[in-house]
Design a protein around this ligand. Structure first.
Ligand code: KG4
Ligand code: ZN
Length: 333
């Protein structure tokens, strides 16, 4: 039997999870609400909140899995990418706990873990498959050759997809994080009400900064003409923005699938919660004969279950790190 404790602290969620023989037994997530009033994650405040949350979160994960801490066989933690101060809290805690329990330490790449969340529950994809990872910090199309053998096919040149949602929401006067709110308003609006540009970027890379500027100018000009524009047209604005972000993502994903000939297609990361993206992916998949994989919502946004499952697969091949390991804010997939 292998019991792995996973710890995630790369951004603004402190999370701990217990994985027993590849099965997730607990996944505790402490969200940080303090950032909402600043309109985005404040790194220093995130680090302090991690420091406060980490022990209760780990204790709860252990209790919910109905094990004793002395039964844990290894500790997996997010080494990067992420905010340095936030990563330091999880890394230092994992190192100290592993030292105290005299068990191995396992480093996990957060972007790989988002993808490996697909191995928590059935149906699980088989290798190779394509994964579109869309979060607040990243937008990537990855060819997944094996658990820890991944090829980056394309990524964003500027904003991430989640950032595009959040920054647009800010322009529209919605609070942070705006992605889920845009999704809600979009359900009530007309996606063809406003014409927004689709950037022409070579290959499989993405760009969202032009879209953000287009929305900024559209809102500025229309509000000049009619001060009530934003509140009257918020649903149509959200629907149009969401439709464009989704089409930018899906057109590149379609191209990646055609170029690689791979028909197993997955999405991961917080933005995969978006209803427009989910519907669009299903429609495209039906057209092109894809098999589609979308993790459960709690495994899409940042969570430690994905760190624990990634850690479990490293545990099986004894891929451990030493006590001199340090966090790495930048890490490629
Ligand atoms: O993966 P995640 O939880 O954290 C990062 O690693 O960034 O992703 C958070 C991002 C935020 O930008 C949030 O606005 C976006 O995911 N998001 C959504 C939805 N739910 C979360 N964006 C659009 N529609 C949603 N339903
Ligand atoms: Zn993430």
């Amino acid at each position: 039997m292998a019991i792995v404790l996973g710890i995630e602290s790369s951004c603004d969620e402190t999370s701990a999870s217990i994985c027993i023989d590849g099965e997730i037994k607990s996944n505790i997530i402490a969200n940080q609400t303090i950032h909402a009033k600043y309109g985005g994650v404040v790194p220093e405040l995130a680090s302090r909140a991690h420091q406060q949350h980490i022990i209760p979160t780990v204790n709860q994960a252990i209790a919910e899995a109905k094990i004793h801490k002395n039964e844990i066989d290894a500790i997996a933690f997010t080494r990067g990418p992420g905010l340095l101060g936030a990563l330091l809290v999880g890394t230092s805690f994992a190192k100290a706990f592993a030292l105290a329990l005299n068990i191995p330490l396992i480093e996990v790449n957060h972007m790989q873990a988002h993808i490996l969340a697909h191995f928590i529950e059935e149906p699980k994809p088989s290798f190779p498959f394509l994964c579109l990872t869309v979060s607040g910090g990243h937008t990537q199309i990855v060819r997944v050759n094996d658990y820890f053998d991944m090829t980056l096919l394309g990524e964003t040149l500027d904003d991430a997809a989640g950032e595009a949602f959040d920054k647009t929401a800010k322009i529209l006067g919605l609070p942070y994080p705006g992605g889920p709110l845009i999704d809600q308003h979009a359900k009530l609006g007309n996606p063809t009400a406003f014409k927004l540009p689709e950037p022409q970027i070579e290959g499989l890379n993405f760009s969202f900064s032009g879209l953000k500027t287009a929305i900024l100018y559209l809102v500025r000009d229309e509000v000049k003409k009619a001060p009530g524009f934003l509140s009257e047209r918020i649903d149509d604005l959200c629907a149009s923005v969401q439709q464009r972000i989704v089409s930018i993502l899906l057109n590149k994903l379609k191209r990646a699938a055609l170029e690689t000939g791979i028909k197993q297609v997955a999405i991961a990361g917080g933005v995969s919660a978006n209803s427009g993206l989910r519907t669009g992916l299903h429609e495209l998949g039906n057209q092109l004969g894809w098999e589609i994989f979308i993790p459960k919502l709690e495994y899409c946004t940042d969570n430690a279950a994905m760190i624990a499952i990634a850690g479990y697969h490293k545990y099986l091949v004894k891929d451990f790190v030493q006590q001199d390991v340090t966090p790495q804010p930048r890490m490629s997939v």
